[in-house]
Design a protein around this ligand. Structure first.
Ligand code: NDP
Length: 449
């Protein structure tokens, strides 16, 4: 392994000892770009790896709010502005009790590479809070969002930093955040947040974009390997924004989706998931996936435990982890391979552990890596920003077509980078190399900044 790589990884570990997710993300990228370092010895002198792994700015703040019973709750807010090398900081906000500095840093680091792959002028950032939206009333969500934005507003702007949604942050939360921003600024700055509702500046197809984009990438990857989506059996973890629209596109491409999940358990419907029912449970009623059985009594429900996610034991050709990080462990990977899986499509960020990814690649399973395969969401956010600047709207089909073209190009770039560096068919390495080369060259040109 390259000496410069070894030295930097050691330094980053010493500097960030309590950040396992962040270290995992850096290690995964830097391991695969080692061959590029061999052909660019100047990167060491320019401290490219050190600079890329150090955020430009980290903001942490208090978020006090009052619940419906009049109790004062204090949460912690984060915004990590990782890189503005190729555009304004851009990346989602996650509201989930598991949120901590390590998780936001890993997501921000991944975002730099993902955004570079889209070919659009957007830098990388991520933010969020350890606030848990589950079980909260709309008024509690609103009061929390207003308090969060009362601090965040001073750090963002349509040419500075443009947040969007992620786990626990959908159209409702973006609406409350935007309302408070507009009030504080006393101006309509539509491009300051993306994922807005179409009634006040949002883009058609943004809601569908990450899931649809994942399936466009999957189609390209399968076609390049003489396979098709049609007729394949699919399992999808999660039942949120990404999972629902990945399911919709997979079904429209002729696949049969037989299982979906939430953090409590999974449903298995051998006749194929009834997506309209899932949409009603999750998008309208904000319910639990178990409720699917109320209208589909022949389907099965299996509980998850911290060490057993039954969804990965179901026989499938394609597995789409669309819930959260480290969802597929080495043991899960072994079960999926034993059951004949041919492709993994990462809708979530870093959903496979390092060991699981290695096992899939060793077993000749195709892996569509998150940075590339789920980039459709942020790419469509950038399209939303450009519509806001132009004060103009594209139709659903116009945005969908642009999204599809972007995903096809991302696949081509990953494919050719993998071929150029001697790892044909390894799209994990291909994605990392293609993004890293672009960012390293931009860093080289902009001097020590
Ligand atoms: P949502 O909040 O809409 O849905 C998240 C889903 O994942 C829910 O079904 C949730 O179940 C499940 N989940 C969350 N945490 C856990 C956990 N610890 N264990 C098991 N299941 C869990 O989020 P999104 O669909 O927007 O995001 C899903 C993933 O996709 C995330 O990794 C996100 O970073 C990534 N992503 C999202 C993009 C977007 O445009 N939204 C863009 C690119 C990536 P439950 O309800 O029980 O918590």
């Amino acid at each position: 392994m390259n000496k410069y790589f070894n030295k930097v990884i050691k330094e980053i570990k010493n500097k960030n000892p309590k950040e396992p997710e962040f270290l995992q993300a850096v290690n995964e990228v830097y391991t695969t770009v080692a061959p590029v370092l061999e052909t660019h010895p100047e990167y060491e002198k320019l401290a490219i790896l050190e600079r890329m792994a150090e955020p430009e700015r980290m903001i942490m703040f208090r978020v006090p709010w009052v619940n419906d019973r009049g109790k004062i709750i204090v949460n912690r807010g984060y915004r990590i502005q990782f890189s503005s090398l190729i555009g304004p900081y851009k990346g989602g906000l996650r509201f989930h009790p598991s949120v901590n500095l390590s998780i936001i840093k890993f997501l921000g680091f991944e975002q730099i590479f993902k955004n570079a792959l889209t070919g659009l002028p957007i830098g990388g950032a991520k933010g969020g809070s350890d606030f848990d939206p589950k079980g909260k009333s709309d008024m509690e969500i609103m009061r929390f969002c207003q308090s969060f934005m009362t601090e965040l507003y001073r750090h963002i702007g349509q040419d500075v930093d443009v947040p969007a949604g992620d786990i626990g942050v959908g159209a409702r939360e973006i609406g409350y955040l935007f309302g408070q921003y507009r009030r504080i600024k006393d101006a309509y700055e539509g491009g300051v947040l993306t994922g807005k509702d179409v009634t006040y500046g949002g883009s058609l197809t943004r809601k569908e974009a990450t899931g649809y984009g994942l399936m466009y990438f999957m189609r390209e990857m399968l076609n390049a390997n003489k396979q098709t989506i049609k007729g394949k059996t699919v399992v999808i973890s999660g039942s949120g924004n990404v999972a629902i629209y990945a399911c919709e596109k997979a079904q429209s491409m002729g696949a049969k989706v037989v299982a979906m999940s939430d953090s409590n358990g999974c449903i298995y419907d051998k006749n194929g998931i009834d997506l309209e029912c899932i949409k009603t449970i999750k998008e309208v009623n904000r319910g639990r996936i178990k409720e699917y059985l109320n209208t589909h009594p022949k389907a099965e429900y299996m509980l998850s435990t911290p060490h057993n996610k039954p969804i990965w034991s179901i026989k499938a050709d394609i597995a789409l982890p669309c819930a959260t990080q480290n969802d597929i462990t080495l043991d899960d990977a072994k079960r999926l391979v034993a059951n004949g899986v041919i492709a993994i499509g990462e809708g979530a960020n870093m959903p496979c552990t390092f060991e699981a990814t290695e096992y899939f690649l060793k077993s000749k399973v195709l892996v569509a890596p998150a940075k590339a395969a789920n980039a459709g969401g942020v790419a469509t956010s950038a399209i939303e920003m450009s519509q806001n600047s132009m004060r103009y709207y594209y139709t659903f089909n116009e945005v969908d077509k642009k999204l599809e073209t972007i995903m096809v190009n991302i696949f081509k770039n990953c494919d050719s980078a993998a071929k150029e560096y001697g790892c044909k068919g390894n799209y994990v390495s291909g994605a990392n190399i293609a993004a890293f080369k672009k960012l390293a060259e931009a860093m080289k040109m902009q001097g020590i900044a």
